[in-house]
Design a binder for this molecule. Structure first.
Ligand SMILES: *Cc1c(COP(=O)(O)O)cnc(C)c1O
Length: 232
């Protein structure tokens, strides 16, 4: 068994365990394998372990990988590609044409461009609003005060489907503080869900804080390091 396959099996078990502890159904929690800076060979190992959801951060790098995988008949099941990195307006077209999801929406302009550039032959692009929950100036994402307005604006776009919210809380060993932030995100998620029925995704939790995120209601954990090893 490859290390990547073993890691995926371990993580799936950890997800199941974390869900059980808070009496949640494991099926409510999806695993997104974050493959930025990782090769097609490594993606293939994850794919052979049954992984079908992948997250990428860099436009150029990811389009190359997505295109080669599309032309590689050994990947016969479709992969669901999530764009999770910062997105500039001059790169929206490539993303609109190649991805299934964009989790890092923090401006109406980007969502408008994605909507108008989404090819008609493809299903609407699924999006999440990225929330800057720790209000760090270095991070992208909208503030809590901006969420309801942006949600109402993007929900009206034609080729976009608003599916939820995503956040990357600051790295901190303070689990009390972190769980407060996760709970705020969960509250926003429920509030949005009561207004927009398509909303089913609360994307929070990475390698370091997966278990806590699940206990606070995450429906999608984004795991890079614990699947593929560290990045340089
Ligand atoms: C890189 C990245 C991850 C994965 O982080 P790990 O700590 O390697 O698990 C998750 N989400 C986003 C938005 C990322 O950029």
């Amino acid at each position: 068994m490859t290390i990547i396959k073993k890691n995926i099996i371990d993580i799936r078990q950890k997800i199941e365990h974390a869900a059980l502890q808070v009496e949640r159904n494991t099926k409510e929690i999806q695993l997104l394998a974050v493959s930025k800076k990782k090769s097609i060979i490594q993606i293939k190992e994850a794919y052979l372990a049954g992984q079908r959801l992948f997250g990428e951060n860099y436009v150029q790098e990811s389009i190359q990988k997505i295109q080669s995988i599309k032309n590689d008949c050994t990947f016969n099941d479709p992969i669901c590609w999530h764009f999770i990195g910062p997105l500039q307006s001059n790169k929206t077209r490539l993303v609109a044409e190649n991805f299934d999801w964009v989790q890092s929406i923090d401006r109406l302009k980007i969502a408008q461009r994605l909507s108008s550039q989404r090819p008609a032959r493809l299903a609407p692009l699924n999006i999440c609003l990225q929330i800057n929950i720790s209000a760090e100036t270095s991070k992208s994402g909208i503030t809590l005060a901006q969420i309801m307005l942006l949600a109402s604006q993007v929900s009206k776009l034609e080729n976009i489907k608003l599916r939820g919210i995503m956040a990357i809380p600051e790295k901190t060993p303070d689990t009390v503080h972190l769980s407060k932030q996760f709970k705020i995100l969960h509250d926003i998620y429920l509030k949005l869900q009561s207004i927009y029925p398509d909303i089913d995704t609360l994307s929070m939790g990475m390698s370091a804080d997966m278990k806590l995120a699940i206990s606070c209601g995450s429906t999608m954990v984004r795991i890079g390091t614990d699947i593929f090893g560290s990045r340089n």
